[in-house]
Design a protein around this ligand. Structure first.
Ligand code: CO
Length: 486
């Protein structure tokens, strides 16, 4: 039945188990052509296993990670995909049932008795995939990264990144790639250990040269309070964290009633805080972090941040409240009307006055926003993001929007009514100067075909450059990255 711009069955059909693994299969566009200048690999991660022995995950975020690689070169495109061979995925595959509880509420068979006091985590490696040095890393923020072969996607196993990480140390799924604010490009990322006090370990890795993959610098800072930090932002001098006003009551998790993430809730009367940590390569290296009251609402993802004199400006997707998934709810039948929409906001943080000023940049529900990667940490004019078909209210993401962050003008490409978009990735044209010159790559769930299409859009006007109907059904996914051929 069509409700508004979408058919719920079309949308729900995008939650499925991945049935096949392909190795370097040539795929061709059904319309348009692959730009010969696109030379590199588009990696994506997301849940690929959502059911075991007839039992479905409680929330798709509990699904085991499956990597898709779309390799471009000379106007051609090749598809590979492979599950991350995590210990849990292999163990559960042997017996075809869930052996672990999921953070988002998936329970083992056997009810509360079987789940109470089982606090083990299954590292599902499903959130993001990036290349660091000569390894591809499948990331999941509550534990360490899995290393994969960038070409074959074969899993090498958990990695401590050459001795940098302790066993099971949390490692964010949201690294930021500094394009070279301090001479050489870097991957900046973090891990957070939380409790009554929370400690952020900020790490900067080399991404080029003989040291690629090596740790350049790190620092650890502790803050009062429980921290839920999924993402952060960088500027040349700062790492910007927004600590949501969230509390964590672990009791229902310990007792086997809820997943850990279901025990998060808005903290009544709580105040979000910006935790600003000086980067070691910047002008404030070695100084203490700055703590400034943040905006109301809840943020998973930031778009970008930059500096202007005494101000740090950060743009984020803000929800009016934490969107939780209740234990008795089927994620496929959720009422979108009851979930707050994600709205892009700009927050100007004044470091002299310890004050902020927030402005809404768009009223249209959005997620997965990015700027041209060359502008990471710098003022940018344009951004690309996934949005709803309707300009008001919440619904599945069905369209891609290019937004002019200065004058608010936008243009939209839509996959509605039967298409559902995932995170768009902006790839600059090699050698180009213009900020919006390049392409936007996006995997689209095609509800009619019950499979995934790759859309290649021109970044400047979102006109369609090519569409490739992949021989693969990739469930609604999470994050990905572009790795230039080199
Ligand atoms: Co994320």
């Amino acid at each position: 039945m069509i409700q508004g711009s979408f058919d719920r069955e079309d949308w729900a059909s995008g939650f499925c188990n991945v049935q096949q693994e392909f190795s370097s299969v040539v795929v061709k566009p059904v319309r348009g052509s692959i730009p010969p200048q696109l030379s590199g690999c588009f990696y994506r991660n997301g849940p690929g296993q959502l059911e075991r022995g007839g039992q479905w995950v409680h929330h798709p975020f509990d699904g085991d990670g499956m990597i898709t690689a779309l390799r471009f070169g000379d106007g051609r495109l090749m598809l590979s995909n492979r599950f991350v061979r995590t210990e849990g995925w292999l163990e559960e595959g042997e017996v075809d049932r869930f052996l672990y509880r999921g953070v988002f509420g998936t329970q083992k068979p056997g009810g509360i008795v079987a789940n109470a006091f089982d606090l083990r985590l299954k590292n599902i490696a499903n959130t993001n995939v990036v290349k660091l040095g000569d390894q591809l890393l499948a990331l999941w923020e509550a534990a360490g990264p899995h290393a994969l072969d960038p070409d074959s996607l074969e899993t090498h196993g958990l990695t401590n990144l050459g001795g940098v990480l302790e066993p099971d140390e949390p490692f964010s799924a949201h690294p930021r790639f500094d394009p070279g604010h301090h001479d050489v490009p870097r991957m900046v990322t973090f891990g957070v250990k939380t409790g009554p006090r929370s400690t952020i370990r900020l790490m900067e890795f080399a991404t080029s040269g003989a040291d690629a993959g090596g740790l350049i610098s790190e620092r650890s800072d502790s803050f009062n309070g429980f921290a839920f930090l999924h993402d952060f932002a960088i500027t040349p001098n700062w790492a910007v964290f927004l600590q949501n006003a969230i509390s964590f009551n672990p009791l229902p998790f310990v007792l086997g009633q809820k997943g850990a993430a279901q025990c998060l809730g808005s903290k009544p009367g709580g105040k979000a805080k910006f935790w600003l940590i000086p980067r070691d390569c910047g002008a404030f290296a070695g100084e203490s972090p700055r703590i400034i009251d943040g905006p109301d609402g809840f943020v998973f993802h930031h778009l970008n941040a930059w500096e202007e004199g005494e101000e740090i400006i950060v743009e984020s997707i803000n929800y009016s409240d934490y969107p939780s998934v209740e234990p008795d709810q089927d994620f496929r039948s959720i009422d979108f009307g009851l979930i707050p929409e994600g709205l892009l906001e700009r927050c100007r943080i004044n470091l002299n006055q310890n004050s902020i000023e927030t402005t809404r940049l768009s009223e249209r529900c959005c997620e997965f926003a990015m700027v041209n990667p060359r502008n990471q940490g710098l003022a940018s004019r344009y951004s690309w993001m996934a949005v709803t078909e309707s300009s008001v209210g919440n619904a599945p993401l069905q369209a891609i929007k290019k937004l002019d962050l200065i004058n608010g003008e936008d243009c939209v490409w839509s996959a509605a009514p039967r298409g559902f978009v995932s995170e768009p990735l902006m790839v600059p044209r090699p050698g180009s100067e213009a900020e919006d010159d390049g392409w936007v790559l996006v995997a689209v769930w095609n509800g009619e075909r019950r499979a995934t299409d790759l859309e290649i859009l021109n970044a400047n006007d979102l006109s369609e450059q090519a569409v490739v109907e992949l021989p693969l059904a990739i469930p609604h996914g999470l994050h990905g990255s572009w790795v230039e051929a080199g």
